[in-house]
Design a protein around this ligand. Structure first.
Ligand code: PMP
Length: 406
């Protein structure tokens, strides 16, 4: 059988639908964020990165880099084993303590990535709690969906950010069954924020546990960067807080923070935790340094918020439609996969602006978009250049503008 023909047929379908993904070959340069060198064919040129999830530039913070260099010199490269078999170093234990404190929980547990933490935790809870039901927000991330699927527990999808719909579903379930309400705080593609207090209130009334993905919020919200639950004084109302070390923390890895018993349960039963090599200690040390920094420095959070507000104001003045939300994510709606890709290519080739098109299946068809994530290091000049370039494109492509009252 010619397997490559089978693969190519499906890849061609993606290409025809405008959904084939290309990587941009970028060289991030420490100390020069949000600039990077883009290598396209023979050419190498400076670009401004507008779609990084290193939301606060922590991946280049000297405090983080120094901690990683010191850890590399002290511990060497890899962890050398799974967490149970020689892979646990003091750097891992220190980071787990730091994470538990960040979220006001008794304990925390590290995973290779945020994806793995969602997948491993939800699949283990659903599979190991007899008769359990997982109630999942309709817009939950793929890693949660995969975890729910793998658990083989009964699944209920409730309407996005709708506590009343959640209430209706919970009312129909036997209260003797363990019920797990899984949702996110900041949704990555629309940038909308969940009504966490209302969702917790509904879950508490029904005796269900809550599982909150704060991947796009940790580091960014709350007085110590503990996430939206911290900002809203709700950390003790949420049963499990899940996060990543790969976005605002600037390194890599994922985790959960919860009660000591729940963490011990996942540590003891989750195959996605047990049967894989531990994170390199150098990453753990970098994440610890980054979180300690973020707990005490508000400067980056405030400056990022100011840049987000400035970008939104400039887009409004230019009549460029963007999705309103309360977060740091600025989605500019295009509504067509091919057009979205062309706009992204044009920005890169003609303006040195790098923003990846966001197409199906990441977002529903017809809602294709460019998703901008201003950081504290994007200046007014960067933002002015971006909005001028978008405005030029809007005229060239005869895209519709919106008028916003001044
Ligand atoms: N949850 C959400 C909501 C995400 O958007 C992502 C990744 N984009 C993840 C989890 C996975 O996190 P990580 O990148 O650390 O694997």
């Amino acid at each position: 059988m010619d397997f490559d023909t089978l693969f190519d047929a499906q890849l061609n379908e993606l290409r025809e639908a405008g959904n084939y993904r290309y990587f941009a070959d970028l060289e991030r340069e420490a100390g020069n964020f949000p600039h990077a060198v883009h290598r396209g064919g023979e050419m190498a040129r400076d670009v401004t990165v507008w779609c990084s999830n290193d939301y606060l530039g922590q991946g280049q913070n000297p405090v983080v880099l120094e901690a990683m260099q010191a850890a590399l010199a002290r511990y060497g490269a890899g962890a050398g084993g799974t967490r149970n078999i020689s892979g646990t170093t003091h750097a891992h234990i220190e980071l787990e303590r730091e994470l538990a404190d960040w979220h006001g929980k008794e304990a925390a547990l590290l995973f290779s990535s945020g994806y793995v933490s969602n997948w491993a935790t939800l699949s283990t809870l659903g599979a190991r709690l007899p008769g359990s039901v997982i109630l999942s927000d309709a817009m939950n991330h793929a890693s949660m969906i995969e975890g729910v699927r793998h658990s083989r527990a009964e699944k209920v999808i409730w309407q996005h950010n709708d506590p009343e719909d959640l209430d209706r579903h919970l009312s129909a379930l036997d209260p003797a069954r363990p019920r797990i309400v899984a949702f996110e705080s900041v949704y990555s593609m629309d940038g909308d924020i969940a009504p966490i207090a209302e969702i917790c209130e509904v879950a508490e009334r029904h005796g269900a546990m809550t599982y909150l993905d704060e991947v796009h919020a940790v580091g960014l919200y709350g007085p110590r960067g503990g996430g939206v639950a911290e900002e809203r004084g709700l950390m003790d109302r949420v049963t499990v807080i899940e996060g990543t070390l790969g976005k605002a923390v600037g390194v890599m890895g994922g985790y959960i923070a919860a009660s000591a018993s729940l963490v011990d349960f996942i540590r003891s039963f989750a195959s996605g935790f047990i049967f894989t090599t531990a994170l390199p200690p150098v990453l753990a040390a970098g994440a610890t340094a980054s979180i300690r920094y973020l707990k005490h420095s508000n400067e980056e959070r405030l400056s990022q918020r100011a840049q987000v507000a400035y970008l939104r104001r400039k887009l409004d003045l230019a009549g460029i439609p963007h999705m309103a939300n309360e977060s740091h994510i600025v989605p500019v709606m295009i509504g067509d996969a091919e057009k979205c890709r062309r706009l992204s290519d044009w920005l890169l080739d003609h303006h040195g602006i790098y923003v990846q098109p966001i197409n199906y299946p990441t977002v529903p068809r017809g809602t294709e978009r460019l998703r901008f994530t201003p950081s504290p290091y994007h200046t007014h000049a960067h933002i002015d250049a971006l909005v001028d370039a978008l405005s030029e494109l809007w005229s060239q492509c005869a895209l519709s503008r919106v008028s916003v009252a001044a």
